[in-house]
Design a binder for this molecule. Structure first.
Ligand code: XIL
Length: 357
């Protein structure tokens, strides 16, 4: 089904992308080589029983090359912005699922699993929520939001980022002083997970954060929280390590970190992988980036409980990095022209080497 669709959509842009990337043998003959070496990221990931995903946005779904690359390479999709509070509940009790529904429908058609992002986060939050000062009111607003959004997608999502970025970057890795923390207190976190479980008993419930890829004070704080939740029966099933990394600075203990979370009985996902560099990209930097991608992807496929890696975007053309880190970019595995970068081939090779979990 996927292959047929690509044949229809694909031709021009897709072929151009493949040629530019040097994969000159991938072609209409793919169908005859089902048992040969995997030719796409998703074929390779599927053989290890894992997901390889990309953040996607409705903004670019009308672009044939964007859609074709997404559909060809990935078996999992994360809405880049469409499930965030400012979009799903812009005014109290007024819910809008239209943009996210479009992505979920697309994913279903393409048989991609969907990771929901995100139910509770201080950023891209509807401004009205920040005005609430009463504890009971904010707790019920948060519960209603989770019940309604997770309820809308009940049974349709692989997993949810229930809470995103709840710890700060101080040496103590304290709870981030968000409206939820300030008004509700520490308990908001477990209340969010309980509400998510009530709304969707099938989706895995994740805690998600950045700078928790390696072993450090922040990942220690998350580890302690997960351990505590597990001991007390608070429903949590997975930890998302965002993986917004810097060229040459991939933590050397990613695998050990994944393993310690796995031992607590949760799955691990790399949820927002990108590895940024000072632009412009050079062959040297692209080679170093490929080695960095190898480190992350091989760590995941070496850990039984690491079930997937999601790239934070399909192409460098639309990555969030240049907008948020001026002077940096080229962080993904397809360049601005959808050509495969060295990081693509490194990721493919790392996935191929993975054992089935
Ligand atoms: C980013 C999106 O990619 C941008 O389009 C948006 O303008 C800002 O948010 N951590 C997260 C993601 O959890 O939601 C962020 O996504 C990137 C950092």
């Amino acid at each position: 089904m996927k292959r047929a669709l690509i044949a229809v959509l694909g031709a021009g842009a897709l072929t151009a992308g493949l040629m530019a990337g040097g994969a000159t043998t991938a072609s209409a003959h793919d169908g005859h080589h089902k048992h040969k070496a995997p030719r796409t990221l998703q074929d390779a990931a599927a053989r290890t029983g894992r997901d390889i995903g990309a953040a996607a946005t409705v903004v670019h779904m009308g672009e044939a090359a964007y859609r074709a690359t997404l559909d060809r390479e990935f078996n999992q999709l994360t809405p880049e912005n469409e499930m965030k509070w400012e979009t799903t509940e812009p005014a109290p009790g007024q819910f809008d699922f239209a943009p996210a529904d479009e992505l979920v429908r697309h994913a279903k058609k393409e048989r991609m699993r969907v990771h929901g992002h995100t139910l509770v986060w201080h950023s891209q939050l509807a401004p009205w929520v920040n005005e609430i000062t009463d504890r009971d009111e904010l707790l019920s607003v948060m519960r209603r939001h989770i019940a309604t959004v997770a309820g809308h997608y009940r049974g349709q999502l692989r997993s949810w980022d229930v809470v995103n970025e709840a710890f700060d970057d101080s040496p103590q890795a304290a709870r981030r002083a968000t409206i939820f923390q300030n008004v509700i207190g520490d308990e908001y976190l477990e209340e969010a997970f309980k509400a998510a479980r009530r709304a969707d008993r099938k989706a895995e419930l994740c805690y998600n954060d950045y700078n928790i890829d390696g072993i450090n004070p922040k990942s220690d704080a998350v580890y302690a929280m997960v351990k505590n939740f597990k001991r007390r029966g608070v429903p949590i099933d997975c930890v998302g390590m965002q993986g917004h990394l810097i060229l040459g600075q991939v933590p050397s203990d990613i695998r050990q970190n994944m393993e310690r979370f796995a031992r607590l009985g949760v799955n691990v996902y790399v949820t927002e992988l990108d590895i940024r560099m000072p632009t412009p990209a050079t062959p040297e930097k692209l080679a170093a980036q490929a080695a960095d991608y190898t480190k992350v992807v091989s760590a995941c496929v070496a850990v039984r409980r690491c079930r997937g890696v999601t790239l934070w975007g399909v192409t460098d053309k639309y990555s969030w990095v240049p907008d948020f880190f001026p002077g940096e970019g080229a962080a993904l595995v397809f360049d601005e022209n959808y050509a495969k970068k060295p990081a693509y081939f490194a990721s493919l090779a790392a996935l191929k080497s993975g054992r089935r979990h």
